[in-house]
Design a protein around this ligand. Structure first.
Ligand SMILES: Cc1cc2nc3c(=O)[nH]c(=O)nc-3n(C[C@H](O)[C@H](O)[C@H](O)COP(=O)(O)OP(=O)(O)OC[C@H]3O[C@@H](n4cnc5c(N)ncnc54)[C@H](O)[C@@H]3O)c2cc1C
Length: 429
């Protein structure tokens, strides 16, 4: 079966992984050289702890307050843009108790499936992606937020997820070299982390060895449709040196199955197919440093009020990531928001300071955010041979193996391991 995947981020790669295992002849089309997707510089956290979607009651009010602080972790760039307005309205409609309660067990299940698949993958010889199961600490600076997080932990326990509240002494035992100064912390025992750059590299090498074909520097620009089937994909391939003047060759590619896994750019392609896939890009930044001698952090953490993620990674590296800027598809780096991340760290770890980095040291990625905080995974009614796998927002790495597995089951018309009703791509039609 000729199966084409558009996008070589984690979602495209894991879809290829499970399809290839089932004997599909897979081609991945990637517009860039494959090194600058959102799937590289992220925090690499595998997070069953994130069972609550972004759209929750109270989030809009919080977001409006944050908008007036240039260093805040969340920002919506005000624009007169119909897609943004419509997304905002859908976010508002999703931010209610009933919707959140429906989403929570679904997110738990897909997260746990994904983690189990990562555990299996980590056992494959020569497939090391620095997967570690050390848990995740949610550090709360204020007692008010600590109380809120204790309530969230209770909900987690009701869903079967193990948590522990940590007092300051227990925290100091976990991080003896960089003692946190916080009101309290919740420890999610079941969370894990990995080194995303290594994961992507290993997956690509593995897939290439298994015969998956990669077409880099190749952009999908359109489709040829016959009734309810996408017959071929129009592509534009860059030829020669990577200069603005380089030539492009246009052609088309015939396919039997098509998967759109183009992250934040998915709506551009779905619009060409007359499909409505509400999505906004949520820009985040990260900085990767060497661990400090005598001030090594051991356990991944989230600085809750600041929404900063800290992940100690392999090769003695440590990554600081954060912010969610809903500001369109662009590559601007807002140093004020980066400063917000840098300043937050000593607020929680008083002995740990980071120098403000140069712009060139900052990585940014565009998270594909659906309005209800749930991914889009499934077939569309309009096209029989199309599957969409996108919209994983802050959890793309975490949910990638499960998404890939589900994509394979959908394409092969098998019973899916999980109920995918809530992930229907056409749920807003
Ligand atoms: C700061 C930060 C921290 C994060 N931390 C975590 C974390 O700890 N855990 C977690 O699970 N997630 C995290 N995320 C989110 C995660 O990185 C994303 O959800 C995930 O990478 C999305 O993967 P994707 O494959 O859907 O999209 P992408 O990785 O963006 O890949 C899409 C690919 O499609 C290609 N493409 C687009 N249009 C076309 C076209 N027309 N033709 C051909 N190719 C095209 C793009 O070039 C791109 O390579 C974080 C994100 C950020 C920004």
């Amino acid at each position: 079966m000729k199966t084409t995947i558009i996008g070589s981020g984690v979602i495209g790669l894991f879809s290829a992984y499970y399809l290839n295992k089932q004997g599909h002849e897979v081609t991945i089309i990637e517009r860039s050289n494959g090194d600058d997707s959102c799937s590289m510089g992220n925090a690499g956290m595998i997070v069953p702890s994130h069972f609550i979607p972004l759209a929750v009651p109270g989030m809009i009010e919080k977001g409006i307050r944050w908008m007036f602080n240039s260093e805040s972790p969340f920002y919506v760039k005000p624009r007169l843009n119909l897609d943004l307005l419509s997304w905002g309205l859908k976010f508002y409609q999703a931010a209610n108790k009933k919707q959140v309660e429906r989403a929570m067990p679904a997110l738990r299940d897909i997260s746990l499936l994904s983690k189990a698949l990562y555990q299996d993958l980590a056992k494959i010889p020569n497939f090391d992606f620095s997967f570690e199961e050390k848990g995740l600490m949610i550090l709360c600076k204020t007692s008010h937020v600590y109380e809120e997080e204790i309530a969230v932990a209770k909900q987690a326990n009701e869903l079967g997820l193990k948590t522990k509240t940590l007092n300051i002494n227990e925290l100091h035992q976990l991080e003896p070299e960089v003692k946190p100064d916080v009101a309290g912390a919740i420890f999610y025992e079941g969370d894990a982390h990995l080194y995303p750059n290594q994961l992507v590299k290993k997956l690509k090498t593995h897939l290439e060895k298994q015969g998956v074909k990669f077409l880099y520097n190749t952009e999908v620009t359109g489709f040829e449709v016959e009734k309810d089937q996408i017959k071929s994909i129009k592509i534009k391939q860059s030829v020669g040196e990577s200069t603005p003047q380089r030539n492009a060759a246009c052609s088309s590619l015939i396919t039997q199955h098509l998967i759109i896994a183009t992250g934040s750019w998915s709506p551009i392609l779905t619009k060409l197919l007359d499909l409505n896939l509400p999505m906004q890009a949520g820009k985040g930044y990260s900085l990767t440093n060497e661990q400090k001698i005598d001030k090594k952090l051991n356990i991944p953490s989230i600085l809750m009020e600041a929404r900063v993620a800290i992940t100690p990674m392999s090769d003695n590296l440590i990554r600081f990531g954060g912010t969610m800027e809903i500001g369109g598809l662009n590559d601007e780096i807002n140093m004020n928001r980066v400063r917000g991340i840098i300043k937050a760290v000593p607020n929680y770890f008083p002995d740990y300071r980071i120098d403000m980095p140069q712009k060139e040291q900052i990585w940014y990625g565009l998270r594909p955010c659906s309005p209800d905080g749930l991914p889009y995974i499934g077939r569309t009614n309009k096209y029989k041979n199309l599957v969409i796998a996108s919209g994983h927002a802050m959890m793309g790495v975490s949910l990638a193996p499960a998404t890939g597995k589900l994509v394979q089951q959908i394409i092969d018309n098998q019973q899916t391991t999980l109920d995918i009703e809530l992930y229907k791509p056409e749920r807003y039609d």
